[in-house]
Write a protein that binds this ligand. Structure first.
Ligand SMILES: [Zn+2]
Length: 124
């Protein structure tokens, strides 16, 4: 059975092929975010949940890289540090390489989710 779950991080629905259960942690197949299922009716509702920020962003980028078959370059730790700083200052994991802190720039940013890495050979 295929289920559609809306991801509140990347703001699009993704397909989920397992049996959904309240309390279960699922990974968005578009952005790699971990979400916890909160309700099954009328639609499956999954939300971000309280966890250590460093753990949250590391899991997200590692899930994303695994889903896309990407590897990290030598800037990984610098970028993660920058995102942790932005999360502290502005409340979300905005890309430290981009000036505007808008939802499209939450890591993995919209261009990266839309395959910019294939064109550039790396993320912005
Ligand atoms: Zn997502």
């Amino acid at each position: 059975m295929k289920h559609k779950i809306y991801c509140e991080v990347c703001q699009v629905p993704f397909l989920y092929r397992e049996e959904p259960e309240v309390g279960k942690v699922v990974v968005c197949t578009v952005c790699g975010a971990e979400l916890k299922i909160q309700a099954l009716e009328p639609d499956i509702k999954a939300v971000r949940f309280q966890q250590d920020p460093e753990r949250e962003i590391r899991n997200r980028v590692e899930n994303f890289a695994r889903l896309r078959g990407y590897v990290f370059n030598e800037d990984k730790e610098l970028v993660i540090e920058g995102m942790l700083d932005k999360n502290k200052l502005y409340g979300d994991f905005y890309c430290p390489c981009r000036f505007e802190n808008i939802p499209e720039h939450v890591c993995p940013c919209l261009p990266t989710r839309q395959n910019e890495v294939r064109k550039l050979g790396h993320c912005y």
